[in-house]
Design a protein around this ligand. Structure first.
Ligand SMILES: NC(=O)c1ccc[n+]([C@@H]2O[C@H](COP(=O)([O-])OP(=O)(O)OC[C@H]3O[C@@H](n4cnc5c(N)ncnc54)[C@H](OP(=O)(O)O)[C@@H]3O)[C@@H](O)[C@H]2O)c1
Length: 314
């Protein structure tokens, strides 16, 4: 008799990382036999959740602030993909810690075998207190520590900057009076950053863990498909769009003025942290190479991403 598929519960299923994991598993001949996906959303009637249902995915309603709903979502589950959305406000740390603990504790209580957790570096600890304010990063690292302390097997997925960040919000090239475009940030033009296609490629890392969970137990897969300087990023966008795109380094105050947002100062602090410490710490290059060598699919370069996803600058 064939073993019945293991239930894989995917949080943030209607979002970028969770959606990528679901796509990868559904399209993978082996993993789609081994795992039955249960997609979590707060709003099962939303189009993204309906689309999953139409592809045969079980969709359940749960909210990471609501313990009872998490217990129900995890009933009978074998593996969990645990990603938590950031709420950019003053209480980001306690809010996200509560969601992380709710999820991890419920997984242990439900007898879940394995958690794959999406993390970020601890900017305060890594920088010895210099970059202390990026609670949206620090809380993810602290939740990772909490999960590692629990009696449950786990592996960590560590995403770098999303290529998608250059299509929206802070880093989208801004039109100047002369018709050219500028990407503004606080780091030097020749400072490099790891980045990747969160939608296309998250599943490639998480899928490798799902295929060989024991091999990756306690390990971290760092997703960094491309390492580009900010100047190179501007050049690649210029080439892909046919528009003149430049990179301009500005002060934190200027950045806050150019991109007024409740979290532009924190974003600036994060970018300075990444410039000084890299995304994955002092052995970033080795960690990224190890991770890339342990997955089974080719990753998307930024140039390929720009070709596949035309960026319309207006
Ligand atoms: N931007 C970057 O460069 C970057 C780099 C590395 C890591 N990250 C991290 O990536 C994370 C976001 O991941 P993403 O981009 O994949 O997410 P996303 O596309 O923004 O989607 C967020 C998802 O979270 C779900 N959600 C929100 N609140 C929830 C709650 N209370 N309970 C259950 N589900 C909830 C939403 O689902 P429903 O609405 O359907 O419930 C939605 O699917 C952030 O925490 C960020 O820090 C970002």
């Amino acid at each position: 008799m064939k073993p019945s598929p293991k239930i894989l519960v995917v949080f943030t299923a209607t979002g970028k990382q969770g959606g990528s994991v679901i796509n990868y598993v559904l399209n993978h001949p082996e993993l789609s036999r081994q795992y039955k996906i249960r997609a979590v959303t707060r709003v099962p009637s939303k189009p993204a959740a309906q689309a999953l249902q139409e592809r045969g995915v079980e969709v359940v309603k749960a909210d990471l602030f609501d313990k009872k709903s998490i217990d129900a979502a995890l009933s009978g589950a074998h593996t969990v993909f645990a990603n938590i959305a950031t709420s950019f406000d003053e209480s980001v740390y306690p809010k996200e810690m509560l969601q992380g603990k709710n999820l991890a504790d419920a997984a242990v209580a439900a007898g879940v075998q394995y958690i794959i957790y999406s993390t970020l570096p601890h900017t305060r600890e890594v920088s010895d207190g210099k970059h202390a304010h990026a609670d949206a990063f620090n809380v993810k690292a602290d939740i990772e520590g909490y999960i590692r302390s629990l009696p449950i097997k786990s592996a960590i997925f560590a995403p770098s900057m999303f290529y998608q960040d250059f299509y929206q919000m802070f880093f989208v090239p801004k039109r100047q009076d002369d018709g050219t475009f500028t990407i503004f940030s606080v780091v030097s033009p020749d400072s490099g950053i790891y980045c990747f296609d969160v939608v296309g490629d998250t599943g490639k890392f998480v899928g490798a863990i799902l295929a060989e969970p024991d091999k990756f137990k306690g390990k971290t897969l760092c997703a960094g498909a491309d390492f580009c300087t900010h100047e190179e990023i501007a050049e690649m966008i210029s080439k892909a769009t046919g528009k003149t795109v430049r990179y301009k380094q500005v002060s934190v105050d200027e950045f806050d003025h150019i991109i007024p947002s409740t979290h532009s100062r924190i974003t600036a602090d994060v970018m300075l942290f990444l410039e000084e410490h890299g995304y994955f710490g002092p052995e970033a290059k080795e960690r990224v190479a190890w991770s890339t060598n342990h997955i089974h699919d080719k990753l998307t370069t930024f140039e390929e991403f720009l070709q596949k996803n035309p960026l319309h600058l207006e």
